[in-house]
Ligand binder design. Structure first.
Ligand code: HEC
Length: 116
């Protein structure tokens, strides 16, 4: 192979590495987007099930399937945000970090009401 041939092969090799590096870099930017969705069901299981029961069908606290059918999303969000007269701690006892998480849980609770 000529010297020129070696140079061409070498530059193709370097380009290949640069491109594969770019490809994996663009992947790391894309991944977090798919994790942005807040999982209301998971948050409810983590923050509400301890008092409202494993399936949220009632334990120390009332059955949330019934409450989901009775109350609006806004009302439930308000209840989660403020708690209930010292009987239920606000923000799922501190497990919920912001209004978006509260809203996601509230939406999930109303969906329980519909699935009855
Ligand atoms: C430490 C225990 C505890 C946790 C944790 C808890 N709750 Fe409660 N919750 C209660 C109790 C007790 C009541 C009943 C209060 C009462 O007697 O009026 C209640 C009542 C409610 C009500 C009905 C209020 C009404 O006015 O009828 C809703 C809705 C509710 N909880 C949702 C949730 C959601 C959603 C979560 C998770 C983010 C949660 N709770 C976490 C104990 C808890």
């Amino acid at each position: 192979m000529s010297f020129r041939g070696i140079i061409i092969v070498l530059s193709l090799f370097v380009l290949g590495i640069a491109f594969s590096g770019f490809a994996s870099y663009s992947q790391t930017i894309v991944t977090p987007h798919s994790e942005v969705t807040i999982d209301g069901k998971k948050l409810a299981q983590q923050n509400c099930a301890s008092c409202h029961g494993k399936d949220l069908k009632g334990d120390a606290g009332p059955n949330l399937h019934e409450k989901g059918a009775l109350l609006t999303e806004e009302t439930i969000a308000q209840i989660i945000h403020d708690g209930v007269n010292g009987k239920m701690p606000p923000m799922g006892g501190g497990g919920l970090k912001n209004d978006k998480e509260v809203a996601a849980v509230a939406k999930y609770i109303t969906s329980l009401g519909e699935s009855k």
